[in-house]
Design a protein around this ligand. Structure first.
Ligand code: PHB
Length: 394
């Protein structure tokens, strides 16, 4: 057995230094609770891995209330989206329907802001580590890892949080858990392109060739996706082929055209729906993708992770400062109430806008009927607006 080079005692050991882990660490710090954050990835890898870019109203509120407010300066407030089908765009006006907006602000920026806030506060953040081992989660959690220095280190804590993403090692420690899965017969082809904005808001498109999403990043960089087969190889797609596919899916009688430019990055992004329950085992609690993943249609993943961090911060404060351990017992129920709503919303947006390979004419016409009833009914459009901008945190 290798020797332990350092032993650290903290209140909360957080495995996973993405937005959920960092926000939790930050919120705990604001209530005087100390934590250590660990991640196998380097901060640079996380900063440069493109993820979704939409924050719900209450996600923005949560960040701003915690003093992390660059989103208000560098983010873009979106008061609606376009739903495009049959070659026609239909605006869903969030402000009018739900009295709320969402914000276009990439997950990478959320990470950068939280990482900066934690670093400025002198937090113990350990990125680029390896061989993380979490043990004794029922009574006295212990986390061992090999540091960037090549030595073995140990952390003991009152609680350990598994915020370690969709390939979580922590979730395997929840014995007797139930897992729910749903696979989809398609993936997204995601591109980052250098081009001006083609539209002021996001366009979610259903076309006979399948789904496409036009999103943005900056005045000169855009993010776009189109539905593809999960086995598609990004290297088979030239810039021309990508633009042709996107233009075909967006085409309509209004002669809408995307503004084109060089494709900077391309990747096939498979997805599925997943939930694990319970989200707690003894002194281990799970947050974000470690416990649940959603398809990206509707951009709920990051928002769910931030909402978990908020609930956890509250429960941990009750448990460690106010000596009320029942707060931890309620965590799964409270978190999953939101998660299942988001699971339905993401599944619904996905199946309403994508085209399965073996789809029948009946399914196609039914799908168009569904979209049509949505955009012609204030009640239908309001459900979309409320779900997209996010259910109130309480
Ligand atoms: C993005 O901008 O990357 C994005 C936006 C909305 C989604 C998914 C991804 O539903």
């Amino acid at each position: 057995m290798s020797t332990i080079a350092s032993r650290t005692r903290t209140q909360v050991a957080i495995v996973g230094g993405g937005p959920a882990g960092l926000l939790l660490s930050h919120l705990l710090h604001l209530t005087g609770i100390d934590s250590v954050v660990l991640d196998n990835r380097t901060a640079h890898t996380i900063e440069t891995t493109h993820r979704a870019g939409i924050l719900e109203r209450d996600s923005v509120r949560l960040l701003v209330d915690a003093g992390v407010d660059r989103v208000l300066r560098d983010g873009h407030r979106h008061e609606g989206i376009s739903l495009r089908f049959g070659g026609v765009s239909h605006r869903i006006d969030f402000e009018d329907l739900a009295g709320a907006s969402c914000w276009l602000y990439p997950q990478t920026d959320v990470f950068v802001d939280l990482h900066r806030a934690r670093t400025a506060a002198g937090a113990d953040l350990r990125y680029g580590i390896s061989d993380t081992e979490v043990t004794d989660v029922v009574d006295a959690p212990r986390v061992r890892h090999t540091g960037a220095d090549g030595h073995r280190h140990e952390i003991t804590a009152d609680l350990v949080i598994g915020a370690d993403g969709s390939r979580s090692i922590c979730r395997t420690l929840v014995s007797g858990a139930t897992q729910y899965f749903r696979e989809y017969p398609y993936a997204w082809f995601g591109v980052l392109v250098e081009a001006p904005r083609s539209a002021p808001e996001l366009i979610y498109t259903r076309s006979p060739q399948g789904f496409a999403l036009i999103s943005q990043r900056t005045a000169s960089i855009q993010r776009m996706y189109f539905q593809c087969d999960p086995t598609e190889n990004p290297r088979d797609w030239s810039d021309d082929r990508i633009w042709n596919e996107l233009q075909t899916r967006l085409a309509g009688d209004d002669d809408f055209r995307l503004l084109e430019g060089p494709v900077l990055e391309r990747a096939v992004l498979p997805f599925r729906s997943f939930v694990q329950t319970p989200m707690r085992h003894g002194r281990l609690l799970l947050a974000g993708d470690a416990a649940h993943t959603v398809p990206p249609t509707g951009a709920k993943g990051l928002n769910l992770a931030l909402a978990d961090a908020r609930l956890l911060a509250d429960a941990i404060e009750h448990a460690l400062v106010k000596n009320d351990a029942t707060a931890l017992e309620h965590y799964t129920t409270r978190a999953l109430a939101r998660v299942w709503k988001a699971q339905h919303f993401s599944y619904w947006m996905t199946t309403m806008l994508h085209r399965a390979e073996d789809t029948s004419e009946f399914d196609e016409l039914r799908q168009l009927g569904e979209l049509d009833s949505l955009v012609t009914s204030r009640a239908g459009a309001t459900y979309l607006a409320e779900g997209y901008t996010g259910w109130p945190t309480r």
